[in-house]
Write a protein that binds this ligand. Structure first.
Ligand code: MEV
Length: 430
């Protein structure tokens, strides 16, 4: 379908009734009625399936799933499914993507590297040099042995590629530890189980070669051998906005207190996609924060520069995600999320998540550098407050409208104010 057709489908997308919204999505993503039912929550995650995922299942936990609109990534129009409870996230990222589109902005992405890391630790090494030498001498054999543990992965074109050796001083001052990094291409899997199996499988051989005792065998979530990169370029914007966004990045670069919030804003765009696709968002979070702190000071994972004409934003961080393995293929909604994005592999998913994170960050910085975020947040928050105040379906539209008047007039709204207004509405309508 053409660009014009995509934009036509997006007209008033957040205002049209739910059924119409689903119908438009179905048209673009070729979804059948059963898939639309899954999106509605019917068999979205049957308890019988959930029983296979975790222990002690007593139910399932629904959260809203929406789609981010107006995204064109690497020249492809795409709906991005996001499962999230925070009111303003999808609205903000979609309106920022809409602004980018209107300004002929460009979003491009790539992945850099394809290797995840497994760590095999030798906690105490007498003679580090000779341990490393004996391991180096058997490196090819060890790689082959590692690959024999994951024949399925090797058949798919992945597997162990290299072993790296790191000598670290022990923090307690009692000598050195040796850490062996097993570098592995997990193909389209996130790869945690695969790499853990390889590391544990190599343990006896490594102990035999070094005559030392191996400690921990576990993947590292600081996946700096597999990074996702996204870039936004936009021209013709108000210089005040451009310089404001650049200045906001300076703040985050200078101050970890700000960098934490800056990165939270980036993750607002990433985590909901990971949740919608059944990915391990805790692993990605850990990786991104560790990567942000790799220089020794916690830094933003995006950078924005404005030269008076062009605003350029970049995101670079580990995004180890999978489209096979884990629950990605077993969770009906997660499978459907990949279909909605037309994603074929883990790289494709990581690239979309990187782009969404960067655009979400752009939206936050643009608001912060201009009108502030309270206005937009509060407008959306009004709906939550109206519900929390106890308004019925009939009362909701009126209460929301009243709350938005109050917001414009008083610049703030609260639950107690919503309750007061609801009482007035009730007293005047009965
Ligand atoms: C709120 O969820 C996210 C922001 O705080 C991000 C930021 O400050 O950059 C708005």
């Amino acid at each position: 379908m053409s660009k014009e057709r995509f934009e036509e489908l997006l007209t008033e997308f957040h205002r049209i009734p739910f059924e119409e919204r689903q119908a438009r999505l179905a048209k673009w993503c070729d979804l059948d009625p059963q898939e639309l039912q899954i999106l509605k929550g019917v068999n979205a995650l049957p308890v019988e399936t959930a029983e296979h995922f975790i222990e002690n299942v007593v139910g399932v936990f629904p959260i809203p799933m929406g789609v981010a609109t107006y995204f064109n990534i690497d020249g492809r129009d795409v709906f991005i499914p996001m499962a999230v409870e925070e009111t303003s996230i999808i609205a903000a990222v979609s309106s920022t993507a809409k602004w980018l589109r209107k300004m002929n902005g460009k979003i491009t992405t790539e992945t850099r590297g394809n290797l995840i890391i497994g760590q095999i630790q030798i906690p105490r090494v007498g003679d580090v040099e000779s341990a490393v030498q004996s391991l180096m001498a058997r490196k090819i054999e060890l790689i082959e042995q590692g690959n024999s543990i994951v024949p399925g992965l090797v058949a798919r074109g992945g597997g162990v590629r290299d072993l790296l050796f790191r000598c670290l001083p022990r923090e307690d001052g009692t000598g050195s530890m040796l850490v062996i990094h097993v570098m592995c291409d997990p193909c389209d899997a996130m790869g945690a189980n695969l790499i853990n199996q390889v590391c544990e499988g190599l343990k006896p051989e490594i102990e035999a070669i070094t005559n030392e005792k191996v400690g921990l065998c576990i993947l590292s979530n600081l996946v700096d051998g597999k990074l996702a990169y996204a870039k936004v370029e936009i021209e013709g914007i108000d210089p005040e906005v451009g310089y404001g966004i650049q200045e906001a990045t300076q703040f985050a670069k200078s101050d970890p207190y700000r960098a934490a919030t800056h990165n939270k804003g980036v993750l607002n765009g990433i985590d909901p996609i990971l949740i919608a696709t059944g990915n391990d968002w805790r692993a990605v979070e850990a990786g991104i924060h560790a990567y942000a702190a790799r220089s020794g000071s916690y830094q933003p994972v995006t950078d924005w520069k404005f030269d008076g004409k062009k605003l350029v934003g970049e995101f670079l961080a580990p995004l180890a995600v999978g489209t096979v393995g884990g629950v990605t293929m077993l969770h009906p909604t997660a499978r459907l999320s990949l279909k909605i994005m037309g994603v074929q592999n883990a790289d494709g998913l990581a690239r979309i998540a990187a782009a969404a994170g960067l655009v979400q960050n752009l939206g936050a910085l643009k608001a912060l550098a201009t009108v502030g975020i309270v206005k937009g947040h509060m407008r959306l928050h009004a709906a939550n407050l109206a519900m929390a105040a106890g308004a019925s379906e009939d009362e909701l539209p009126r209460l929301k409208e009243e709350l938005s008047f109050v917001l414009t007039r008083e610049k703030r709204i609260s639950l107690s104010r919503a309750k007061e207004i609801l009482e007035v509405i009730r007293s005047t309508t009965h």
